[in-house]
Design a binder for this molecule. Structure first.
Ligand code: F6R
Length: 246
């Protein structure tokens, strides 16, 4: 794992956007894995700014999001489909037909997991996957204890995840308790992974990632087994930890 330490959230967002833009320029047909949550919002803003100023085109890019809440349709403001449209897709020249997110409102969620996994396989997998990390070490919505062999599946969200994500909802009771998420093996099949980490509330997780063992009880630790992971982390999340891992 290569770690790039940056000053703050703004610099993380800038560097992450530059990283993605560079990949899109090298490969206009990039298959790009995307995350939601607070961490990538600044990165998406920078992608939009660059698209407006420099005309970087996403016409031939295909995207795959990590996860979606079960029970929410794309019109629901708290769905990850809505989030992605608002925060990125509506502001760049991507073809919406090329943007893939598990359907949280599908009648048969198990069937939807199979569809999503085979869709990814048919496209030949993801070139670059963007990840955030939960304070409990989840990646996607793969909560602690998820097997490293898991494919796209239904997951019951940990109470710490529900608490953390309640900030996006009016009331905690509105946070869905289940989601569809790419599995750990699905994520690990990506050719390259870019993990973004910001803020002091992620420092414990970063300590475990950098200095702990590879274990299913801390899902992000699996990234140590991947040949091509770059972490862009700000000082608040990583200072004082970095030297232990290099
Ligand atoms: C989002 C996702 C999650 C988040 C993680 C961190 O699609 O899969 O793993 O990346 O929960 O969330 P934030 O960025 O809100 O701290």
């Amino acid at each position: 794992m290569k770690i790039i330490e940056v000053k703050d959230y703004s610099e993380m967002s800038q560097k992450a956007a530059e990283y993605i833009i560079d990949k899109v320029c090298q490969n206009p047909n990039l298959k790009l894995g995307l995350a939601t949550g607070g961490t990538p919002v600044g990165t998406y803003k920078n992608l939009i700014e660059d698209h407006e100023k420099n005309g970087t085109s996403y016409q031939n890019v295909t995207t795959f999001n990590l996860d979606e809440y079960i029970g929410l349709s794309g019109e629901n403001k708290n769905s990850y489909r809505y989030f992605m449209d608002e925060k990125l897709f509506n502001h760049i020249d991507i073809n919406k037909n090329n943007t893939n997110i598990p359907r949280g409102d599908s009648k048969d969620t198990e069937e939807e997991c199979l569809r999503y996994e085979s869709l990814l396989a048919n496209y030949g997998g993801i070139d670059l996957q963007i990840l955030g990390i939960g304070s409990n070490g989840h990646i996607g919505f793969n909560e602690p204890g998820t097997t490293f062999t898991s494919q796209t599946h239904v997951i019951k969200l940990a109470s710490s995840t529900i608490n953390a994500n309640a900030r996006f909802f009016n009331r905690i009771e509105e946070v869905p308790t289940k989601a569809i998420t790419m599995g750990i093996s699905t994520i690990m099949k990506s050719k390259e992974i870019l993990l973004l980490v910001s803020g002091e509330n992620k420092k414990d997780a970063m300590g475990k990632l950098l200095n702990g063992n590879v274990t299913e009880s801390f899902p992000a630790s699996v990234l140590k087994n991947h040949p091509c992971v770059t972490i862009i982390a700000d000082k608040a999340a990583v200072s004082g930890l970095k030297s232990h891992c290099q």
